[in-house]
Design a protein around this ligand. Structure first.
Ligand SMILES: CC[C@@H](C(=O)O)C(=O)SCCNC(=O)CCNC(=O)[C@H](O)C(C)(C)COP(=O)(O)OP(=O)(O)OC[C@H]1O[C@@H](n2cnc3c(N)ncnc32)[C@H](O)[C@@H]1OP(=O)(O)O
Ligand SMILES: [Co+2]
Length: 135
């Protein structure tokens, strides 16, 4: 597996637009995109070669709302960009690493994403993402 960079830090929030205001009012950051991906809304704020990814659920029982109900808003996951997420998935499976899905699925900005289960990563939910060429 080749890791290219820390792609983003995912932050669980109740409302992307509200949360973005804090980061753009208190810090010199800019929200450069907002997209809906399945039941999630994401907002990206670039910081050097990485980004903050604000993530909100659009349904009461959605992933982020479930997380927020248990732990409150805050850092939810860290995402590493990999060269080949299918290969990374095969490698992790061969090592017996528990994943949250059987295979990579669609993420924001055309990425394919895969998550290692936080129970084996010292409580840190780790995303691996592969972006399309030219991203
Ligand atoms: C927007 C697209 C994409 C991108 O392009 O970047 C994204 O970032 S999507 C982000 C949201 N999607 C995901 O997080 C998908 C992967 N996550 C999951 O599949 C689930 O959330 C989970 C990690 C399997 C947990 O779901 P579930 O088992 O149903 O929830 P529980 O509340 O019962 O949690 C079990 C256990 O895991 C702990 N947990 C849950 N979330 C996290 C977390 N973010 N970080 C650390 N630990 C987490 C939770 O506290 C429970 O622990 P115990 O209480 O000790 O059992
Ligand atoms: Co993410």
């Amino acid at each position: 597996m080749k890791i290219k960079r820390l792609a983003h830090i995912g932050i669980a929030c109740k409302d992307v637009e509200d949360a973005a205001k804090v980061f753009t009012d208190y810090l010199p950051l800019e929200k450069t995109s907002q997209d809906t991906v399945g039941e999630l809304v994401t907002g990206f704020l670039p910081v050097g070669e990485t980004s903050l990814e604000l993530v909100q659920s659009t349904t009461p029982e959605g992933t982020m709302n479930k997380y927020i109900a248990k732990r409150g808003e805050g850092i939810h996951h860290i995402a590493f960009e990999v060269e080949d997420v299918e290969q990374a998935c095969d490698e992790l499976k061969a090592k017996g690493v528990p994943l949250t899905s059987d295979k990579p699925f669609d993420g924001a900005h055309g990425a394919r994403v895969l998550f290692l289960h936080p129970k084996v990563t010292h409580g840190v939910l780790i995303e691996l993402c592969q972006y399309p060429e030219g991203h």
